[in-house]
Write a protein that binds this ligand. Sequence first.
Ligand code: FES
Ligand SMILES: [Fe+2]
Length: 433
Amino acid sequence: MSIQTSSPHFDHLIEAGRVHRTLYTDGDIFDLEMSRIFGGTWTFLAHASELPKPNDFVRKRLGKRPVIVTRDRDGNFHGLLNRCTHRGATICRHDEGNARRFTCPYHNWSFTNTGDLAAVPIEDGYGPAFDKQELGLGKLRVESYRGFIFGTFNTELPDLKTHLGPSAALLDEWLDRWPGAELQLRRGQTKFSCAGNWKLIYDNAADGYHPGYSHASLLRMRKDRYGGGVDMQWALGNVDEGLQTVSDCGNGGTFIDQRAEIKRFWDQSAPMPGESAYERVIKEKLGDKADAALDVVMGSGMNLNIFPNLLIIGNQIQVIEPQSVNKTHINWYATALVADDLPDEVNSLRMRLQEDFPSFGEPDDLANFEECQIGLEIEEVEWVQTGRHLDTGKEYIGAKGMLSGPVSDELPLRVFWKEWLKRIEQGNLGVAK
Ligand code: FES
Ligand SMILES: [Fe+2]
């Protein structure tokens, strides 16, 4: 099949139960995605705890665009294109910092952290038509929901909370596991580089079919060592006979709910280094509240995926950063819960657990992403299957009015591709004024 990427229509590549392999391998399609998907819808940029003080900033990417996310002196967030309006140089060359202004190193044009052009050296070299107000940095429309900062060029979208739909309520459930606690991203990240298309990572995040096979060695080792019932062993065997579900959160968002399989979070947690010493201290400090605190140590039993790049997994968040059609960076951020009534040992233990899956489980997934990319390059086998449970009659309207199904349902793939098609066909968008 030859692909007409100049055509505005891609629906011939997406069928009810399958999609065309070139969606993962065609460089022209990748370039369109970076313009139309990333920034064409509400796209995750940063978490408020990465820029906690007035005038803090972080450097990020939105698709292939370099962007700066700033917090102004009044605490409001801004998303600015990191591109000098003079001759195009990036103006910010640090990953993070604190600055009221950004000065371009090339000819020293200087911009405020809200994006206005503030000063131009030897300004009388320009004639009367020169208007600094017209030459501010390109701006994104930016909103945040409970510390999660998103940006878009799309002025047609509803406000962020409306757009998130049921995902907002699920985010509340994830954040409110310890009432009153503030979520903070830990400094630093676990960064993976993968020789695979970015969508393979999103596909996998709501794939309840794979864990018992892809991660079999990890799960079986733990079963042998620690006995049944700990650490996701509900993923072994026929998962469709279990209690997990997958759901459509709307606008490309998807959710795996494992919580019905977890009776006591702490008791079902895999052992971690130093666990008994931390547990003893937490029990001494918290008394009756210790069991509840130990439960927030363990992963949440929730996998919430917010199209196109934010994956909430257990207690962590993962951000997908596409680099090219067959290369993706995957950034895992650990989180801490900060509250006066939560001792530090709770976050120490959370950290031990958050070191666990990226180290022992993610390599299984990375190997499959890279092997999928190799397989998908074969031209003679054209289609990728997305039809599991499409026509078995097992889907139903579940919690929060979401279409739901058994956990091995490929509903999340179908939800993704529906949103992908909508966004890719909307065309390119301009910057917000
Ligand atoms: S390119 Fe930025 S000041 Fe000239
Ligand atoms: Fe996995």
